[in-house]
Design a binder for this molecule. Structure first.
Ligand code: XIL
Length: 389
């Protein structure tokens, strides 16, 4: 039988239930005492608090337009998270106006300011990502020009937020074994001209600019039991070992963990445990950086779907949080109201083939907690204590 935890009774719509419970209670002293116990239980159930009790950080993406235009959502972020990360606003192509050294930091500043006034930890995502590099950079064919542009960009971006960033994804998604290189590195714009040394250049520059930020290698499709995931794990460990050997400054691995409730590769607990232990044995910490669960092949029925999604969160987190080197869990959004998966349904390939909107995150589009919330809360509550990092 599943253990009942205090927040279970606040369930998928705990705030609604709490309000109704309080309204029906009347006003005697004992009733007021139980009302305040209910309030404390509800307060205790925030993800930020449950995570903090175990030495973990829990965070979510946020967008500047959500801070300025969706107050209830921003309030929920403040309530549930102790860390935020810009979903897009710190990406080079997004910051850049289309010419070298011509940047607009206003949206990124909005997010940094939100973190600052609410005393939230700020993650930096990201300094280099082949997929969000300004178009003009692709026309730089000389090594020296590219090198200088990379250095200038990292100096400006990491320099602007120096001392305020907990961790930077310095290079995002550097691995792609399908590109056929023996080292498994992705053959993209930086590598083509600068060679694999671009990685060392980026991490050294970042360390130099903001010595207190943890420097992260962030990668996807490395958590499951499939040949492609295995190839990516091998390549990533090879890269990390090389960085350690040559003294390239690196502190942590970011495991994106975009998971699939039904129809994805199988999950293997022993395999994930071993991979996390391998990373930890290199003296690195681990951050779960982009957790969400797509439900495109799950049945349309909402209750059935929510339970499959919650189960996927639970399976993954139960194993991940057993590893003390894991210090952070970030979901790629907090509410289905603002999820790249739901957005992609409206402008790209649909993830679901029926008309049902995806439900990948802990809160639904009305900001009510879902079974996925309970699964994450339970995983935090059951996680072993660790030193924060
Ligand atoms: C995604 C954003 O969520 C989308 O809004 C944007 O259109 C594309 O990028 N891996 C990453 C993230 O490292 O930056 C991506 O974010 C999701 C996949």
């Amino acid at each position: 039988m599943r253990q009942m935890l205090p927040w279970s009774k606040f369930g998928p719509s705990r705030r609604r239930v709490l309000a109704a419970g309080l309204a029906g209670l009347g006003t005697s002293a004992s009733v007021l005492a139980s009302a305040s116990a209910l309030c404390r239980a509800a307060e205790a159930a925030t993800l930020r608090k449950l995570a903090a009790e175990k030495g973990l950080l829990y965070g979510t993406t946020i967008a500047a337009t959500q801070i300025t235009g969706d107050r209830p959502f921003a309030d929920l972020v403040r309530h549930e998270a102790n860390l935020v990360v810009a979903e897009n606003e710190m990406k080079w192509q997004v910051i850049n106006r289309g010419a070298p050294n011509d940047d607009d930091y206003a949206p990124a500043d909005t997010i940094a300011h939100f973190a600052n006034i609410n005393q939230l930890v700020l993650r930096g995502h990201n300094l280099l990502w082949y997929h969000r590099t300004p178009y003009w950079f692709f026309d730089l064919t000389k090594r020296q020009q590219q090198e200088q542009a990379v250095i200038d960009h990292i100096r400006r971006l990491a320099g602007r937020y120096r001392g305020r960033i907990h961790s930077w994804d310095v290079v995002n998604e550097p691995i792609e074994p399908k590109d056929g290189r023996p080292d498994g590195l992705r053959t993209e714009v930086f590598l083509e001209t600068l060679g694999p040394e671009y990685i060392d250049l980026a991490y050294r520059t970042a360390r130099d600019v903001d010595p207190n930020a943890r420097l992260v290698v962030n990668e996807y499709d490395i958590e499951l039991d499939a040949p492609e995931h295995e190839a990516r794990r091998v390549a990533l460990l090879y890269l990390l070992e090389g960085m350690r050997r040559s003294g390239t400054p690196v502190d942590a691995v970011g495991i994106q963990a975009h998971l699939t409730a039904v129809g994805g590769p199988p999950f293997s607990a022993p395999l994930l445990r071993r991979f996390l232990a391998d990373i930890a044995s290199l003296g690195l910490t681990i951050q779960i950086t982009e957790l969400d669960v797509t439900d495109e092949k799950a049945p349309a029925d909402v209750a059935a779907r929510d339970s499959l999604v919650a189960d996927t969160y639970r399976r993954f987190l139960d194993v991940a949080l057993d590893e003390p080197a894991v210090k952070m869990v970030v979901t790629w959004g907090l509410s289905d109201r603002h999820s790249w998966i739901v957005r992609r349904e409206t402008y790209q390939t649909k993830w679901r083939t029926d008309d049902a909107a995806s439900r990948p995150l802990p809160f639904d589009a009305d900001l009510e907690a879902k079974p996925a919330f309970d699964a994450i809360a339970r995983a935090f509550a059951h996680a072993p204590q660790r030193q924060s990092g």
